[in-house]
Design a protein around this ligand. Structure first.
Ligand code: M6R
Length: 605
């Protein structure tokens, strides 16, 4: 949940590390820090808040040295203060850490008993102190780090730097990702390849339990049992690491606008060249499957809930959806004929990864629906289907959501095909419908200005309700999540029919109620629920198509979307939900791409 980077360079490293941290800031921005070794002397600078504060500090208090480590933090143990900011240091050891050390209290007590006192409330400082202790016992830095790693329980990616060692850096990975970058006479460590992209496109992804000794001459990698390990060097595509805003004010705006192109690319990838047949890996086979389990967190979970409708309708199969953090601990009843699908943009979400590991030997097959092809979930599922959204930098997921939906819909069609609930012609018809998706989405994006004006009114509210029926219900949940996470307006999503079972008590004239309702088979029922809201002076913002808006009559506000086939309505209706949240956040002046308390990649449970 934090970003880490390390450089053994040939020039001053602080500016390089700052640039890399900028690319990792999506992982956390509670504080940032850098440590360097300069002619043997270890030094560090740390600042609370965003990277810009560290950058300012370095102007006044420069940090020299050609070897360094850096960190951008999402606080877990200890408040976001300078003292708790990484790198943590004990004597001649500096450490940056992403993850959680679960046994740090026991270690802390053990170290305290040995007279070694902590200055911070963090679990990471324990790593630095323990390593220092090992050094004082006469171990080499590599042996000291290895001895420390052997004592750590929990999840971590680590980078160590040592006083007196200008040509040494040690990295380790267990449960949190870490990549080694190869340069010309330089070596790097980073939480992901995007961080290292300005310096190199030659990357080695460490495996679970690996640790690595880096010098400028290269990397010596060891596995969890301490044996030398050969890990491949791969070339990453630099177009997948571009993280500029492309002229937009925020990454979120850019990512919303990219959706038609993303969906077009995903369709081209997962269909055969004729566009009339699915082209999915052979392992994606639902013939003998007796149920489907969909597991994810946050936005991915709402995508799963939409997909449940598709799988049930198209493939007539039992589907369960679960939040990853609950799934693992509630002793789910598993079937060796089940297909379990794990949805994750980052592919690193700790809860989703843990849920995957928990069930993978007990089900017939695991499928990953992921955006980052080199991620842990991509590597650990039997088959990983890319959503091909490209880097999603904004913390609020937008193109990730609609691309997840598309891939899940393709999987539901495949399930229908494999189980014989859909004929070849029906699959072809559905794929023909999908061909209209990018164009319809462009039309939805064309409502941007109209939505901006409405969002200004929405931004005045303290609370907002979102209502929907059928597939629009999970979409209402996603719309509410989007609004609350970036505008900080309290919002809830409900199934329209549930309103009268409690939430209707909240309705008064100050309460905007956003109703997501294409003119479909459920429309009349939704309109009745809308009337119940208006009868209690609730302010209805109806998002529908021309037929739906005409039939519904007068409402407080409305957004007109194109008439769309029911199958693809969730993707199209996601667009106004995203734009409403975006513009409301702009009005409220929040930090749209990096909302408070959040991080893009949640690699702690
Ligand atoms: O990378 P993942 O898809 O596994 O992330 C899951 C959630 O953390 C993520 O969707 C989160 O809810 C977003 N901030 C929502 O916009």
């Amino acid at each position: 949940m934090c970003g880490i980077v390390g450089v053994l360079g040939t020039h001053e490293v602080a500016p390089l590390i700052l640039e890399s941290l900028k690319r990792l800031e999506y992982r956390g921005y509670d504080s940032a820090g850098i440590a360097t070794v300069n002619n043997g002397t270890l030094d560090r600078r740390r600042a609370v808040g965003k990277l810009i504060n560290l950058s300012d500090l370095l102007v006044h208090e420069p940090l020299t040295g050609k070897s360094g480590i850096g960190h951008t933090r999402w606080a877990t143990h200890g408040a976001p203060t300078v003292t708790n900011a990484h790198p943590h240091r004990s004597g001649g050891v500096a450490v940056v850490h992403n993850g959680i050390i679960e046994n740090f209290k026991a270690l802390r007590a053990e170290l305290a008993a040995a007279g070694l006192v902590h200055e911070t409330g963090t679990d990471t400082e324990t790593i630095a102190i323990l390593t220092r202790l090992h050094l004082t016992q006469g171990m080499t830095p590599a042996k000291a780090a290895a001895a420390t790693l052997a004592r750590l329980e929990g999840a971590f990616a680590l980078a160590f730097l040592f006083e007196g060692e200008d040509d040494l850096m040690i990295g380790a990975r267990k449960g949190s990702p870490l990549a080694v970058g190869h340069g010309d006479g330089e070596m790097y460590l980073g939480s992901d390849a995007i961080a290292l992209a300005p310096m190199t496109d030659r990357i080695t992804y460490l495996e679970e339990g690996d640790w690595v000794v880096l010098t400028r001459a290269g990397a010596e990698i060891f596995d969890a049992d301490g044996r030398r390990a050969n890990r491949a060097v791969s070339r990453i595509r630099l177009d997948q690491t571009q993280v500029d805003k492309g002229g937009y004010r925020h990454f979120m705006a850019k990512e919303i606008a990219e959706q038609p192109a993303v969906l077009q690319a995903a369709l081209a990838f997962h269909l055969d060249p004729s566009g009339q047949a699915l082209s999915l890996p052979d392992e994606v086979d639902f013939s003998d499957c007796d149920r489907i389990t969909l597991v994810a967190c946050g936005t991915g979970f709402y995508a799963a809930q939409v997909a449940k409708y598709w799988f049930e309708q198209l493939a007539r199969i039992q589907v369960e959806t679960d939040i990853a953090s609950e799934y693992r601990y509630r002793q789910p009843v598993l079937s060796d004929k089940a297909v379990a699908i794990f949805i994750s943009q980052s592919g690193e979400t700790a809860d989703t990864l843990a849920a995957l590991r928990h069930v993978r030997d007990q089900v017939a097959r695991t499928i990953g629906v992921i955006n980052v092809p080199t991620s842990s979930i991509a590597r650990e599922t039997d088959v990983a289907l890319p959503i091909l959204a490209g880097p999603e930098i904004s913390v609020a997921s937008t193109k990730g959501f609609t691309a997840q939906l598309l891939v899940l819909l393709l999987l539901a069609l495949k399930a229908g095909q494999d189980r014989g609930t859909l004929s070849a012609d029906q699959v072809k018809d559905h794929l023909a419908t999908l061909a209209s998706l990018p164009g319809l989405m462009r039309q939805a994006l064309d409502r941007n200005e109209e939505i901006d004006k409405i969002a200004r009114k929405l931004a005045e509210a303290r609370d907002v309700l979102y209502l929907g029926r059928g597939m629009m219900y999970p979409l209402a949940l996603e719309a509410a999540l989007k609004l609350k996470e970036i505008s900080y307006i309290h919002a809830e999503g409900y199934a329209s029919g549930e309103l009268k079972h409690g939430p209707i008590a909240l309705i008064d004239k100050t309460m905007p109620v956003v109703v997501l309702a294409p003119r479909d088979a459920l429309f009349e029922k939704t309109v009745s629920n809308m009337q119940e809201v208006m009868a209690r002076q609730g302010q209805v913002l109806l998002i529908s198509d021309p037929a739906g808006l005409e039939e519904a009559g007068e409402v407080w506000q409305s957004i007109t979307l194109p008439t769309v086939p029911e199958l693809i309505a969730p993707m199209i209706y996601a667009v106004p939900a995203q734009l409403l949240a975006y513009h409301a956040a702009m009005v409220r002046g929040t930090d749209v791409d990096q909302p408070r308390n959040l991080a893009k990649s949640v690699t702690v449970e």
